[in-house]
Design a protein around this ligand. Structure first.
Ligand code: THU
Length: 139
């Protein structure tokens, strides 16, 4: 397990604190996320919908808040869910995170004190990023 730093623990606390605000009447699974960007903390929760596919994950909610505030990169992410083991970001969230920092450090927590730290590169190797779109422009 990678060493946890003070900033990791602080970000994790912000994710844990916001989790109770999740809107999860269908799954009952609450998730809180905190993003560090532009020297500030942005929080998000999962927001479910009666049309299940319209649900938005906590991680993407936090990223959208950071970008709307003017951030162009994401410097850290913590996510805490209701699972026993630390909650990992879903595939769609990994892809969105790769847009803003493919080397992102991700701190994950669940219902217990167990904490997991991984990089986005580990969670999403060979991500499809914008560089691929520039490779053959004969426009
Ligand atoms: N969820 C998140 O918010 N983030 C994740 O990384 C995993 C899943 C939410 C979506 C849905 O509201 C609930 O957890 C169950 O899938």
């Amino acid at each position: 397990m990678r060493n946890l730093t003070q900033p990791d623990l602080a970000l994790l606390a912000f994710a844990r604190e916001i989790k109770d605000k999740a809107y999860a009447p269908y799954s009952g699974f609450r998730v809180g996320a905190a993003v560090y960007a532009n020297g500030e903390i942005f929080q998000g929760v999962n927001v479910e919908n009666a049309a299940y596919g319209s649900t938005l994950c906590a991680e993407r909610g936090a990223v959208m808040a950071a970008i709307a505030a003017g951030a162009t990169t994401i410097d850290g992410l913590a996510v805490v869910g209701d699972s026993e083991a630390p909650t990992v970001p879903c595939g769609a969230c990994r892809q969105v995170l790769a847009e803003f920092n493919p080397e992102l450090r991700i701190i994950m927590g669940g219902r217990t004190d167990e904490v997991m730290v991984m990089t986005l590169e580990e969670l999403l190797p060979e991500a499809f990023v914008r560089g691929y779109l520039d490779q053959d422009d004969e426009k």
